[in-house]
Design a protein around this ligand. Structure first.
Ligand SMILES: Nc1ncnc2c1ncn2[C@@H]1O[C@H](COP(=O)(O)OP(=O)(O)OP(=O)(O)O)[C@@H](O)[C@H]1O
Ligand SMILES: [Mg+2]
Length: 328
């Protein structure tokens, strides 16, 4: 059974200089805000993509979800139950992560079968004859041939290694799978097949999928819903189809413009100048205003809240949901 995932007012701040050092230097202690008050709920079995430029807080959110990072404030609930800061083994099993680079988490001295068997044993999920059957089942789930059980990580291709990374996460029978840039390191054709695998696993197992990527185009076919993050906050949270066909936030529009497209004419430059400002000094008002080509005075002064036609169709922009056509 999969449960609803809820994130309530999640904040993660990293102190950059200790208070004591700051006092000695006569400066204020600096704090980097990586995640700045995220709140959202994900119904069981939904597939949500989290996208945004490098440094906007996607991995920090992922690490909080799986319990690798303690939030500064806020909480995470699964099926109404608050997950404690220090998770029990049982809590950890419920939300599993698939990392970008599977090689770093695979033990080079163990075969695939030994690795998976050890995991099943540690979590007391299979015994005796069941272990071999479950390993075979896991390989089948990630669409690898049974002979891979005897292989070492070095014998595997990048795509196969990532499938083993996914099998390891699935071995723990999670309710939520968090994939952080899980296909970013793979060749384009392998990316497509691993993306398909995620979609199939979700359909087959009813998993909730949180799919993190800096590449908006890559998530189009796996996500029911897309959350766009900018400087630690969600600026647009919409059903995927609406977001791709009628983006409301200028940042989302710019990300879509920046994606490679066959129909781009010469001289049609993407409309996203520069890089995000430092998360140590967040801009006043709307956090995107310094880079927004539509910004007006109100945007510099007042922070927009996420609003829209429904709780699952929201944008944080003073200019959204009106004059869309004028702004383009
Ligand atoms: N342990 C840490 N200490 C200090 N700052 C950190 C720490 N972890 C992350 N940060 C900072 O928090 C911000 C968000 O980082 P995060 O890794 O979550 O971004 P991201 O969206 O995953 O980026 P990318 O697309 O490059 O993976 C960045 O400015 C980063 O430098
Ligand atoms: Mg990251």
């Amino acid at each position: 059974m999969t449960s609803e995932l809820a994130v309530d007012d999640l904040v993660v701040r990293f102190p950059l200089r200790s208070a004591m050092v700051a006092r000695l230097l006569g400066r204020t202690s600096e704090v980097l805000t990586a995640v700045d008050g995220l709140s959202f709920t994900v119904p069981p079995g939904e597939s949500v993509a989290v996208v945004g430029e490098s440094g906007c807080g996607k991995s920090t959110l992922a690490r909080c979800l799986v319990g690798l990072q303690a939030p500064t404030a806020g909480r995470i609930r699964l099926g109404g139950q608050v997950l404690p800061r220090r998770r029990t083994r049982g809590d950890r099993r419920r939300i599993q992560m698939v990392f970008q680079d599977p090689s770093s988490s695979l033990n080079p001295t163990m075969t695939v079968a030994t690795m998976l068997a050890e995991l099943l044993h540690v979590h007391d999920l299979a015994r005796g004859d069941q272990v071999r059957a479950r390993v075979a089942e896991l390989l089948e789930l990630v669409q690898l041939p049974g002979r891979i059980a005897a292989a070492y990580p070095r014998d595997l291709s990048g795509g196969q290694r990532q499938r083993i990374g996914i099998a390891r996460a699935l071995a723990l029978e999670p309710e939520v799978l968090v994939a952080d840039e899980a296909v970013a390191a793979l060749d384009a054709s392998v990316q497509a097949s691993v993306l398909n695998l995620f979609a199939e696993l979700r359909a087959r197992l009813g998993l909730t999928l949180i799919f993190i990527s800096h590449d908006l185009a890559a998530v189009r076919h796996v996500a029911d819903r897309v959350m766009v993050m900018y400087l630690g906050a969600v600026v647009e949270d919409r059903p995927a189809e609406s977001l791709f066909t009628d983006p409301q936030h200028p940042y989302t529009q710019a990300l879509l413009d920046a994606a490679p497209r066959l129909d781009r004419r010469l001289g049609d430059e993407p409309s996203l100048p520069g890089e995000p400002p430092s998360p140590v000094a967040l801009p006043s008002g709307c956090r995107f205003h310094p880079r927004c080509i539509h910004a007006i005075d109100h945007c510099r002064e007042t922070e927009p809240v996420l609003t829209g036609p429904s709780a699952t169709d929201r944008t944080a922009c003073h200019l959204a949901w009106r004059d869309t056509h004028e702004r383009r």
